[in-house]
Design a protein around this ligand. Structure first.
Ligand code: N01
Length: 541
């Protein structure tokens, strides 16, 4: 709608996922805030990912907000590892309880934004034609938001239905009696497989790279466990922040070589049955940093696959050869068992890649397949994808997409040199999904809000980081990654999940305590790595 000039706000928040919601709540206490959200509801990841089997792999008493004691005392999680509907309910409850919706403009994605170097304010434009001017922008756009949909030709020819797992209809989808193709064996494909297998007439799972996965161990939440957590919540939240992954799982200090083969096996069996999705990765202190130690754990996991899957050929095809944990460890309820069903076929899409959609289904280099439904569990243009899809222009005319053409550069994952007053939550080169994201996101929002409030109290109009600070942070990120086995596999962590995508390792894996120490010390050290510019003498008209 036409209006005289841009609407004025102090802060624009992009995205009403869990971090965005908390950013609204925290910032609106002292600021005028508007949030733009692509979806028509809150919840971000848990709004978009409603595919069958979507469920968190961290216990919900941890994977939840800690900023409000009454909220965490009153909210009741039905299960240890909540399914998507429960997480979306929670996001809706928080939005209502804290009256956040009035700040959110739904179905209204930000399309472009430009920083005016004279006024030190962002001009933010949206799909619905909104034009907002604000001093600060907080991009809570999500690390796993932009879907990766392979560009095989012929999609328009296919007479059935094709959908990415983020496009699952809200009302669900009845796959009964359908011939279904599921493409992708990341965490999403692994969760969806057993449930789709139960419904479909036949499921063909196209696997390019096999997945390691642990049994989920999900179950109804034990009231005693819940009461015990609630009695200690404040303390637990603090303890989490001092763990590597912001989660109170067991981190043993012994290494693989400290144990006899019998002890190793006992420890790994306990980890497998631990009901904790990541316990294999931390079963010994050196699983993620010592390839030889990792190989012991990986072989244990492969033997589990061989013991579950009856057909030896299928079992071998399902056995990964890269280090366990190098790609995200899956978390499932009967994934490997699905391959013992008569209506499930594993297709090796590595040796015979998919090349095209056809009128009736899919063509690989060696066969044609007929389907009613094709489901793309093909992941995301992760970490950078959501930001790169917005035309973000800095004061010198450069866009974020141009700046990141060889891979993302940031300082502390929070700011990009050349883009003042723009903060990211869970941005590239933060711990991202290697940390429990709700609590980690809250921490980052608080750090950001503290900076904004401090700068305002000191009359600072503009904060930006420098290429030197970005280089320093890149060194920290690369050094941390080099100590781990992560780069021994292609994944969305290192931008190698999408052909042609450039960028190195995009996650900080030095642990959350080291990350927060770097952030806190930068500010305490007089905004080290940042440049501050005071308010101009005369305010713009
Ligand atoms: O995506 P992915 P995701 N032809 O990138 C395959 C979080 N998450 O949506 O490995 C054939 O992991 C691709 O093959 P390859 C979690 O952080 C959490 O599953 O690249 N196949 C791979 O198998 C996770 O890491 C939870 O060779 C193609 C799959 O598609 C992240 O989200 C649940 C292909 C993509 O796997 C992303 O998981 C779900 C092609 N052209 C997700 N292109 C939980 O909390 C891609 N693939 C439990």
């Amino acid at each position: 709608m036409a209006q005289d000039g841009p609407e004025q706000f102090d802060v624009v928040v992009i995205g009403a996922g869990f971090s965005g919601l908390y950013a609204i709540h925290r910032l609106r206490q002292q600021h005028s805030v508007v949030c733009f959200e692509t979806g028509d509801g809150v919840g971000g990841t848990w709004y978009w990912n409603r595919y069958p089997g979507a469920r968190v792999d961290i216990i919900s008493v941890e994977y939840s907000y800690g900023f409000d004691e009454a909220l965490q005392q009153e909210w009741r999680w039905p299960e240890y590892f909540s399914a998507q509907p429960a997480l979306e309910d929670y996001a809706n409850h928080v939005a209502d309880r804290f009256d956040l919706r009035k700040h959110i403009r739904f179905s209204n994605p930000v399309t472009r934004m430009r920083f005016d170097g004279k006024t030190n304010r962002w001009h933010v434009h949206t799909a619905n034609g909104d034009h907002v001017e604000a001093r600060w922008v907080i991009a809570a756009t999500g690390a796993l938001h932009a879907p990766n949909e392979p560009a095989w030709p012929g999609r328009e020819l296919f007479k059935g239905q094709v959908l990415h797992t983020t496009q699952w209809p809200r009302e669900g989808m009845d796959l009964t009696g359908k011939r279904v193709a599921l493409i992708g064996t990341g965490s999403t494909g692994v969760q969806a497989t057993p449930i789709i297998a139960e419904q479909a007439a036949h499921l063909h799972l196209f696997q390019r790279t096999p997945a390691y996965s642990m049994p989920s161990g999900n179950r109804p939440l034990d009231p005693e466990f819940e009461a015990e957590w609630k009695a200690n919540y404040a303390e637990r939240r603090q303890q989490m922040l001092h763990t590597w992954g912001v989660s109170l799982i067991d981190y043993p200090t012994y290494c693989v070589a400290d144990c006899t083969p019998e002890q190793q096996n006992e420890i790994l069996e306990a980890a497998w049955h631990s009901k904790n999705a990541f316990q294999l990765m931390v079963a010994f202190a050196d699983v993620m940093v010592n390839p030889a130690a990792n190989a012991v754990v990986a072989e244990f996991a492969r033997n589990k696959i061989r013991s579950i899957v009856k057909d030896p050929k299928t079992a071998e095809l399902l056995c990964p050869t890269y280090p366990i944990g190098a790609k995200r460890l899956g978390n499932d309820k009967g994934y490997y068992e699905s391959f013992n069903r008569d209506n499930v076929t594993l297709v090796d899409a590595k040796s015979a890649p998919i090349v095209a959609f056809t009128e009736k289904g899919l063509r690989t280099t060696d066969a044609e397949y007929e389907f009613d439904v094709i489901i793309l569990a093909t992941g995301f243009d992760a970490v950078t994808g959501a930001m790169s899809r917005i035309a973000i222009e800095g004061p010198d005319g450069q866009t974020v997409t141009e700046k990141w053409s060889e891979g993302p550069t940031t300082y502390l994952g929070a700011m990009i040199a050349g883009f003042p007053n723009l903060f990211m939550i869970h941005g590239p080169l933060t711990p991202g999904a290697q940390a429990q994201m709700i609590t980690a996101g809250e921490w980052q929002v608080n750090w950001t809000a503290d900076i904004i409030e401090d700068l305002e109290s000191r009359g600072v109009a503009r904060i930006e980081t420098t290429p030197e600070a970005e280089q320093w942070w890149a060194q920290q990120v690369n050094a941390a990654a080099a100590m781990t086995v992560h780069n021994l596999a292609d994944s969305w962590y290192n931008a190698k999940n999408i052909e042609g995508k450039k960028g190195g390792f995009m996650i900080y894996v030095g642990g959350f305590p080291e990350y927060t120490r770097a952030c806190t010390e930068a500010v305490a050290g007089g905004y080290r790595g940042f440049v501050l510019t005071p308010e101009p003498a005369t305010a713009p008209a």
